[in-house]
Design a protein around this ligand. Structure first.
Ligand SMILES: *[C@@H]1O[C@H](CO)[C@@H](O)[C@H](O)[C@H]1NC(C)=O
Length: 136
């Protein structure tokens, strides 16, 4: 292990602090390379993950913990009246981040292809592409 430029790399974990504004959220996303532990420090946060057969969600208060299994689609919403603070740890030093709506509507994948493969209508796709920066 080397400590350089205030970075600690190669230890097999990573850590983040998430500060939620009132009504703030973390959009549906996947970490393909890590399981994630969250611990609520302040506020009320509703978290959940989705499997092919179930939605698992829970409203957490300060001191509560929750785990998002590796590779599963998950989210967090500040569901309390004020701000919220959450600490998060990942079982990898490179968990990676794939945001669902950006994957689908934030690139130049042809609208016709999205119509056929996501089973959505053209008008819906155009609206979502405008929102998430997609072209084509
Ligand atoms: C948060 O959401 C609630 C419910 O939609 C709304 O009444 C309130 O004005 C929002 N607060 C802020 C600061 O956006």
């Amino acid at each position: 292990m080397q400590v350089r430029n205030h970075c600690l790399n190669g230890l097999g974990i990573s850590v983040a602090r998430i500060d939620f504004a009132i009504n703030g959220s973390v959009p549906m996303h996947i970490h393909p390379d890590a399981t994630q532990l969250v611990i609520i420090v302040e506020g009320v946060v509703t978290v959940g993950f989705i499997t092919p057969t179930n939605v698992y969600q829970k409203t957490l208060n300060a001191g509560d913990a929750f785990v998002f299994p590796i590779g599963l689609l998950h989210f967090a919403v500040n569901s309390g009246p004020g701000k919220a603070i959450v600490f998060s740890a990942f079982s990898s030093d490179n968990p990676n981040l794939h945001i669902l709506t950006v994957l689908l509507f934030g690139n130049n994948l042809a609208t016709r292809t999205i119509e056929k493969t996501a089973l959505l209508e053209r008008a819906q796709i155009m609206k979502l592409k405008a929102q998430f920066g997609g072209r084509g």
